[in-house]
Design a protein around this ligand. Structure first.
Ligand code: AKB
Length: 338
């Protein structure tokens, strides 16, 4: 008999960190992880098996298929937006081909054990592309199907994989004699920029907010690479983890769309700076605009309409701007850099 488990790819990244701890608390299913990098020892202790390897290694995925019965996949592995602009072909390989491998893996799992595999896919506000600052202001809170013209490789990868997920869930091999769709129960969240107190992002373009905070807590100077008036949505990491777990548990019938926006707060870079400086008065935060990265952030919406997530699966973030900083980020981060 194969062992029943949940699979997390990219598990040693920022979201994986919180997700492993959260799923282990629930203690409902054993966890296996797949990542190029080994897990931190405190996380490794919480999982049944950590597999150090690549989502591009289809033989490895076949071995996992032979050994484990997977009902739930959190496919977190990805290269982020800034990194993807330097290596678009690697970005495509990891973000698109890697996702395709995992969708195929989930399809085969579903075919072999006969139940749909719930497939959680974190997409991003990078799936949007606003052509100008005026258009960004005019657009306000964007809905899932608006302004889907991403300007980054990462955004294109995410948007396309949202469609691939929808294809696997609803139309997979639609000309086959025997129906094969519905084996993958694809559920996607478009996340805003995420801010964690315990990990620092790398390779993203929304990184200026978490970098500002972590540098200040560590007593290091920081030059913010976007203008003070730059505004995009953000969310505290515990709310992102909760959202994934909540959407995974939602009844299938309640879900009216494959892709959901989620939002929490949308401060300008200057508002983030002020909160950080008030908490760490010795912080040295300056501005050195990187015009090219600025252009990317300017193409992302200033806010998202997440009413579908609130209606269909009860999404409600715990932390607004004040709560995120004063109840979670600042108290936790102060412990980390003591
Ligand atoms: C990035 O900056 O690439 C990510 C994202 C917004 O998806 N944090």
């Amino acid at each position: 008999m194969r062992k029943s488990v949940v699979l997390i790819t990219g598990a040693s990244g920022e979201i994986g960190h919180g997700l492993i701890a959260r799923l282990a608390e629930d203690n409902r299913r054993a966890i296996i992880t797949l990542d190029l990098n080994p897990l931190a020892s405190e996380l490794a202790a919480l999982v049944r098996q950590q597999i150090v390897g690549s989502i591009l290694d289809t033989q490895l995925l076949d071995r996992i298929l032979a050994e484990y019965e997977v009902d739930l996949v959190f496919h977190l592995a990805a290269l982020l937006s800034t990194r993807c602009e330097f290596t678009p072909t690697s970005a495509h390989r990891v973000n698109v081909e890697g996702t395709m491998n995992l969708l195929e893996f989930a399809q085969k799992q579903g075919e072999s054990h006969g139940r749909p595999v719930v497939f959680l896919y974190p997409s991003s506000i990078a799936a949007y592309g606003l052509p100008s600052l005026e258009a960004k202001v005019r657009a306000g809170r964007v809905k899932e199907d608006e302004h889907n013209h991403p300007t980054t490789m990462y955004g294109c990868n995410k948007l396309y994989c949202e469609h691939l997920g929808r294809y696997y869930a609803r139309h997979y091999k639609q000309l086959a004699a025997v129906p094969l769709a519905s084996k993958v129960d694809f559920r996607c969240i478009r996340f805003p920029g995420l801010i964690s107190a315990v990990t620092i992002p790398s390779g993203g373009t929304s990184d200026y907010a978490p970098e500002m905070l972590h540098a200040a807590a560590e007593g290091k100077p920081y030059a913010c690479f976007v203008r003070p008036d730059t505004r995009i949505p953000f969310m505290a990491m515990p709310d992102a983890v909760d959202a994934l777990v909540q959407l995974a548990a939602a009844p299938r019938d309640a879900l009216t769309q494959p892709v959901y926006n989620v939002g929490a707060f949308n401060p300008s870079a200057e508002e983030v700076r002020r909160i950080v400086v008030a908490a760490f008065p010795r912080a040295e935060i300056t501005t050195e605009v990187d015009i090219k990265r600025q252009r990317i952030v300017d193409s992302w919406p200033q806010d998202v309409d997440d009413s579908a997530a609130r209606r269909d699966w009860g999404f409600r973030p715990r932390y607004g701007l004040d709560g995120a900083f004063h109840e979670y980020l600042i108290p936790t981060i102060s412990q980390c850099y003591r």
